[in-house]
Design a protein around this ligand. Structure first.
Ligand code: NAD
Ligand code: ZN
Length: 379
């Protein structure tokens, strides 16, 4: 490609300060260094994590920064030592990575790579500690190794999943974070059997993806639990058969669920980030075989409290990071699930705007409207 080895000037949405609207600027994107890849982003979506780090409440503020981590793109050029990707390959960037060499990557049980595991405070490339973005010589920081709110970005090869080039990037881009997290929590960790009863706590995009996993696994009863009653209507499209609002009852919701299911649910997946919902999600599973999976990210000070007898009664508690998927090894297969028309992705995409209207996507998320808003880079 004519641009390989050269600085590319392109548009990016820069967050200059916490909570201030992003501004579209011309940035310079340096060529990829060793083990790095420069990617042309075609579609990017907004996820809650971008909003948390843009608000930077209780987080280390790292500004100016280019946010964004849920996206799809095409490789423009590769740096030294990159052998498994070439210009033209279709890729999904991932906020966590897979180096394929550390103890975690070598273990079949883990996806928590030692080298490339998510790091929210680092705003530079792992290779040389520098940023690849600048405006008039001023460095602009990266975000979780992806920074997809830019027409071009530089990413470590270990944080890119090479996918089927036939897959429509405007749809499968949402598989690079939240949807795979929820889906994998159910399919890889909770593993409900056919005909089982599954409770999903929290019906945001992640919870609905966990619900999609329960539908794919053949669960016959899927109980949605949310404090917002407006969430039930949308959840029906994802196979929700029953809805429980904890606020409608004057006893703990786990007791309500145990009564409804004659002893407890077979599996539960918690996608709220609320510690009380986590405790309820664990206590509502059936003794003898029930498994609860925690996905939501709790507050720093939270403590999980339950009676140890619950464990002796053979209730199992698990947690998951990115749905236990290894980004490079497993994500291409998630895309194939969509290509085979098993996994339905369209129902997660409720809005679409040109990249220039990125602040509209932020407004929608802040108002809690819709699930995913896709931003089109080329419009
Ligand atoms: P969201 O805010 O869109 O959805 C959360 C839902 O939970 C909302 O509908 C809310 O009404 C509901 N809720 C809140 N408190 C509740 C309670 N006590 N009981 C029942 N429902 C309650 O969020 P999301 O984008 O779907 O993400 C869900 C969680 O998953 C977040 O905590 C996010 O940080 C986390 N997450 C984890 C991973 C991981 O790898 N573990 C990856 C991505 C996101
Ligand atoms: Zn690794």
């Amino acid at each position: 490609m004519a641009t390989a080895g050269k600085v590319i000037k392109c548009k990016a949405a820069v967050a200059w300060e916490a909570g201030k609207p992003l501004s579209i600027e011309e940035v310079e994107v340096a060529p990829p260094q060793a083990m790095e890849v420069r990617v042309k982003i075609l579609y990017t979506a907004l996820c809650h994590t971008d909003v948390y780090f843009w608000e930077a409440k209780g987080q280390t503020p790292v500004f100016p920064r280019i946010l964004g981590h849920e996206a799809g793109g095409i490789v423009e050029s590769v740096g030294e030592g990159v052998t498994d990707l070439a210009p033209g390959d279709h890729v999904l960037p991932v906020f966590t990575g897979e180096c394929k060499e550390c103890a975690h990557c070598k273990s079949e049980e883990s996806n928590m790579c030692d080298l490339l595991r998510i790091n929210v405070d680092r705003g530079v490339m792992i290779g040389d500690g520098k940023s690849r973005f600048s405006i008039n010589g001023q460095p602009i920081f990266h975000f979780v190794g992806t920074s997809t709110f830019s027409e071009y970005t530089v990413i470590h090869v270990g944080c890119l999943a090479k996918i089927n080039p036939e897959a429509p990037l405007d749809k499968v881009c949402v598989l690079s974070c939240g949807i795979s997290t929820g889906l994998g929590a159910t399919l890889n960790v909770a593993k409900p059997g056919k005909g089982s009863t599954v409770a999903i706590f929290g019906l945001g995009a992640v919870g609905l993806a966990a619900m999609e996993g329960a539908r794919l696994a053949g669960a016959s009863r899927i109980i949605g639990v949310d404090v917002n009653p407006a969430k039930y209507e949308q959840a029906k499209k994802f196979g929700c058969t029953d809805f429980v609002n904890p606020k409608d009852h004057n006893k703990p919701v786990q007791e309500v669920l145990i009564e409804m299911t004659n002893g407890g649910v077979d599996r539960s997946v918690e996608c709220t980030g609320n510690v009380n919902a986590m405790i309820s999600a664990f206590e509502c599973v059936h003794d003898g075989w029930g498994v609860a999976v925690l996905v939501g990210v709790p507050h720093r000070e939270d403590q999980f409290k339950t009676h140890p007898m619950n464990f002796l009664n053979e209730k199992t508690l698990k947690g998951t990071f990115f749905g236990n998927y290894k980004p490079r090894t497993d994500l291409p297969n998630v895309v194939e699930m969509y290509m085979k028309k098993e996994l339905e992705v369209e129902k997660f995409i409720t809005h679409s705007v040109p990249f220039s209207e990125i602040n509209t996507a932020f407004d929608l998320m802040l108002k809690g409207e819709g699930l995913r808003c896709i931003m089109r880079m080329e419009d």
